[in-house]
Design a protein around this ligand. Sequence first.
Ligand code: ZN
Length: 317
Amino acid sequence: MSQAQRPEIGLFADPLSNDVLQRFMLQGAPVRGELVSLDTAWREVTQRHVFPRAVRTYLGELSAAALLLSASLKFEGSLVLQIHGDGPVALLVAECDQAGRFRATAKLREGQVCPEEADLATLVNVHGKGRCVVTLDPASGSPNRQPYQGIVPFEGDSIADMLERYMSRSEQVPTRLWLAADEGRATGMMLQRLPDEGGAAVTDADGWNRLQQLADTVTRDELLALTPDAVARRLFWQETLHAFDARTAQFACSCSRDKVVGMLRMLGREEIESIVAERGSIGVRCEYCNTAYDFDAVDGVSLFLSEPPAPTSRARH
Ligand SMILES: [Zn+2]
């Protein structure tokens, strides 16, 4: 049986869900790949907000990119990708952790129009002041709790371009990204050339260039229509890849009523009382998951009456 006729055996096992991250390595070369596919998890974002189509597309690409990059960083905590815009879009933000949990949202400037088919520069770099901020926020309990932040100016014409530059400059890991999103799916693929640490012998010196060339033939429609396994088979059917266990990705928002209470307490009693007096209640809406937290006059006062006891005094009556 020739190679072209061999039965359709997937490179990767059937994923546990349709929201999945799949890592692979190329045999004989220090090249790592990662594929991400978000279906249900991405619709958790698009169903909670009404964003113009172009905004939704770039936010989906940013979400896919966050999960791909997070999977490649040796780091415990959250990765936050932000694109600060100076045009109709003020902010695109996607945040994820290494367990594959992510959330994402966008802030638009009131009164400015986002054309349906706008390119990224039209949305975020009208005056040349757009920038991309990458934040690594260590998990609580990590030995080094200082967040790390890297900034790259808006360059190139896509989210993939901007993040590829960031990764090669700041992380010094040559990285390529292919990203796509629409209302129903956000997907992507990443290739990275790992440092040659003198471990396994490199028998395939051309592997990095070859895999990039193959990956460059993928189309947006293919990324949106195919499963990670089908993308890999379509692009790399002649290559020997080692697949790792697939991991599940999911939408998860870390907001809670307790966190909102903590934020309101920081505003101070006077401010809270004046808002309650003026409006009768306080409403706070999570920008990510759109959950509304409402506090009426009684809640507003009790924010201050039920302050948590100081660590040394066990109970106060
Ligand atoms: Zn939330």
